[in-house]
Ligand binder design. Structure first.
Ligand code: 13P
Ligand code: SF4
Length: 352
């Protein structure tokens, strides 16, 4: 069972035995049974910053998904080992942009005579080789908490941006925060020749958005917002920018998971909030703020299944293996990829 007291005790003991040799990072979407053992919790930006915060720790156990553990490996020194308790904890959005597809897109932009005007920017939710691609080609990484600043930077470097892999974060940031129009954005479909776009469309576009999305946030709809407003008078609708553009347009507030938490911390007692992000976090916030009416934006949307792969049995297994001197599920990024992905990550970390 999820809250098996025997497993809780075993995790606690293993953590104690490892002491300062261990550093546990936990993303806000992790299960309660896991997040209780995190030394630091955060959104993907905070966790990327924190990954390097304990250079003396031998093991970094990453309670999150694969691309986050890869980024932690890139940002930490060679002697530190990053461990993902379940290798099946991937991200369907990150899988929507493969290296070969992105290279094919770039070649098409070169053939169109446009590549030298285009700066590639990838959302953190992408594989290390996509981040390295951005590093090699003058681009950067961004997260949902700095997408605007990363895009401002990119438009100082070039005239157009290729935004990977989340079309919604790219469109929401461009249109709602930077004053671009929907016509300034085109969507590159990696399954169609030339992305399904004409030369003229590519020439006119400022933002070339990759056709990717989050399978969890993409399920909130404009109807979800209308329904919750009808059910809860005066409700504030607070959503993550991975939600579709029509959902974000109807919401009152939009921001990363860290922003969502801060917004609720500052909310007055008695206020009502419908939150459109991952369910583990929303449930935790509802418990944490019993004096505020916090609900899930759409009850038909479920947990992120890959975030949920990290459960207490997997965490206990990873920690106890370390106690026994065995490193399981280590995430390693090769040297060349690390070097270029780090260029792109460092550009993000250096944003004002
Ligand atoms: P943030 O951590 O940037 O809010 O992103 C949410 C997410 O979907 C992570 O997978
Ligand atoms: Fe990927 Fe969405 Fe899950 Fe985040 S919530 S890990 S973007 S599928």
């Amino acid at each position: 069972p999820a809250s098996d007291p025997g497993l809780v005790e075993r995790a606690r003991k293993a953590k104690e035995a490892l002491g300062d040799r261990l550093f546990v990072l936990g993303h806000h979407y992790q299960r309660d049974e896991v997040i209780q053992f995190a030394d630091v919790t955060g959104d993907s930006f905070k966790l990327a910053q924190q990954a390097a915060a304990r250079p003396e720790a031998e093991f970094i156990v990453f309670c999150g998904v694969h691309f986050m553990a890869e980024s932690a490996d890139i940002l930490t020194h060679d002697d530190q080992k990053v461990i993902l308790p379940d290798m099946a904890a991937g991200c369907s959005m990150a899988d929507m942009a493969t290296f070969d597809q992105v290279e094919e897109c770039w070649e098409a932009l070169e053939d169109a005579g446009l590549a030298d005007q285009v700066i590639p920017v990838t959302y953190m939710n992408s594989s290390a080789d996509i981040k390295a691609f951005c590093g090699r080609n003058g681009g950067a990484v961004c997260t949902s908490s700095n997408a605007r600043r990363a895009l401002d930077w990119a438009f100082e470097q070039g005239e157009k941006v290729l935004f990977l892999p989340d079309q919604h974060l790219g469109r929401n940031t461009a249109v709602l925060e930077m004053g671009m129009s929907l016509d300034d954005c085109v969507v590159w479909n990696p399954h169609r020749p030339n992305g399904g776009l004409t030369q003229e469309q590519l020439e006119r576009a400022k933002m070339i958005l990759w056709r990717g999305h989050c399978s969890v946030h993409g399920r909130f709809t404009a109807d979800s917002v209308d329904d919750v407003r009808a059910r809860i008078p005066g409700v504030n609708v607070l959503v993550h920018p991975e939600c579709r553009h029509d959902v974000v347009l109807k919401a009152d507030y939009v921001g990363s998971t860290e922003y969502i938490i801060k917004k609720l911390e500052a909310a007055p007692a008695g206020s009502s909030w419908a939150v459109g992000t991952e369910l583990n976090l929303v449930k935790r916030l509802a418990q944490r703020f019993p004096d505020k009416n916090v609900s899930f934006l759409d009850r038909t949307v479920c947990y992120c299944s890959t975030m949920n792969r990290i459960d207490l049995p997997h965490l206990v297994w990873a920690l106890e293996s370390l106690v026994l001197g065995e490193v399981v599920n280590q995430i390693t990024v090769d040297e060349d990829t690390t070097q270029w992905a780090k260029v792109a990550l460092d550009r993000m970390l250096a944003l004002p």
